[in-house]
Write a protein that binds this ligand. Sequence first.
Ligand SMILES: Nc1ncnc2c1ncn2[C@@H]1O[C@H](COP(=O)(O)OP(=O)(O)OP(=O)(O)O)[C@@H](O)[C@H]1O
Ligand SMILES: [Mg+2]
Length: 494
Amino acid sequence: MSISDSKPLLVMRRITKVYPDGVKALEGVDFEVARGEVHALLGENGAGKSTLMRILFGEIQPTGGEILFEGVRVRWRGPWDALSRGIAMVYQNVRLVPGLKVRENLRLFLSSLGLSTSNLDERVSRIAEDLGFKIDLDALVDELPMGARQRVDIVKSLLAGAKLIILDEPTSNLTPMEAMQLSATVKRLKSMGVSVVYITHRLEEVEELADRVTILRRGVKVGVFRPPFNRERLASLMVGEIDLKPRGRRSKPGARRVLSISRLTVVVEGVERVKEASLDVYEGEILGLAGVAGNGQEELVKSVLGILKPASGNIEVLGRSIHRTKDFYKLGGGYIPGERSEALALDMSVAENAAFIYFNQSGKTILLPSDMVRLYRELVGGFGLVAAGPWTQAGRLSGGNQQKLVVGSEALRRPKLLVAVNPTQGLDVATTRFVRNLIASMADEGTGVLLVSSDLEEVLELSDRIAVMSRGKITGVISRGEASMETIGVLMGG
Ligand SMILES: Nc1ncnc2c1ncn2[C@@H]1O[C@H](COP(=O)(O)OP(=O)(O)OP(=O)(O)O)[C@@H](O)[C@H]1O
Ligand SMILES: [Mg+2]
């Protein structure tokens, strides 16, 4: 049976959402999901994707419109209500109870829904087998990598009898390997008859997985498509015109070294994560550090920041040694972490967060509200930040706007050395372009950039030189001219 013949599992009609602070996030949106369908939800940052799905999952109430699930009009009192009827949501940063084993997490979850916990081990292993992976019930959830947590969360949803699973940007925090495993899982879910709503910014995932795509733009539905998808059309519907400005090469004879790493070795819990790594970053250049995530990049970055103490070797930022994180910022370092929650206090306001990044990093202790508002205005004017106002909680911004807040506040500080880790993670096409242009123009103005990214295209596009890291070692440093997917691929193999 094709999707069009079957009665839809879910129908959302004329959904409107106005947040209490007056932000109109959705306007008259229709959305439908068939049984066993993978339905992708696309749209630029702040388009309303998460809002629509939080309404479907009962996390927030719509201002208007109706939801029909299995032909019945429903009104959720909360997520437990949606869950008990067969709708589950898997978050980008999976929320499991820390300090507990996987088994205890699942037990707790089932009991809280009033569901049976008998034969749990057996049921879990059956579900996992259907999905094509294994679950270690004795593992502590805190020790699981993101991909494994996500699998636990998916199993959890099926234990609760989910007929529809919402995945909100499920691959943003995954390694490429984990992302491939997830896409296999999504296909299995589909063949089991479970429907999936798949939010993503990656068009190749849409092409691989989706039976249908709905595109949102500023809270309004602008199109629904079935395969074969036309990438350009999808992208242009999301954002309108995209500025793909190629950038000239930066030349800088006699440039100063802003970062010098020599023979750095970092040992974490007895394991050598970085082995005799040497790297230099000069002012005005972008040095890309490519490699599959988990090959020592994180430990290298943490050592540069003064968070990890190297076992041996030397690190100098602008000619000085780093002992504490404070030193890094004082000397003129800037940092964009791969995980934006590292840089933001989500329950504090946008303006306070901006000020913390802008001033506090350099040691200023007294922050005036007027300074904060000025910064906020610069972020809105210069960086396209969209927020209800300076005192809105940072946690209320869409994911992409949170990223703009971090990147923009760092950029305004004009650091001499910028360490940027996956700076465009979770950003839509237009914002990605914006952030890349911003990093390039910072380099043009003299900032030396260490760009750590698991996105090879990003590294190739931005970098003047590219270093490759594999199993803790720098396996090569090549110029932009020599670099290609192939040469880097070979170096990544170690
Ligand atoms: N709790 C909230 N309070 C007020 N406004 C909010 C809240 N959550 C989201 N918004 C606003 O609603 C709009 C839609 O946000 P939403 O999170 O749904 O976007 P999104 O499409 O998921 O974007 P992204 O791709 O960046 O995650 C944005 O303007 C956002 O700032
Ligand atoms: Mg979102």
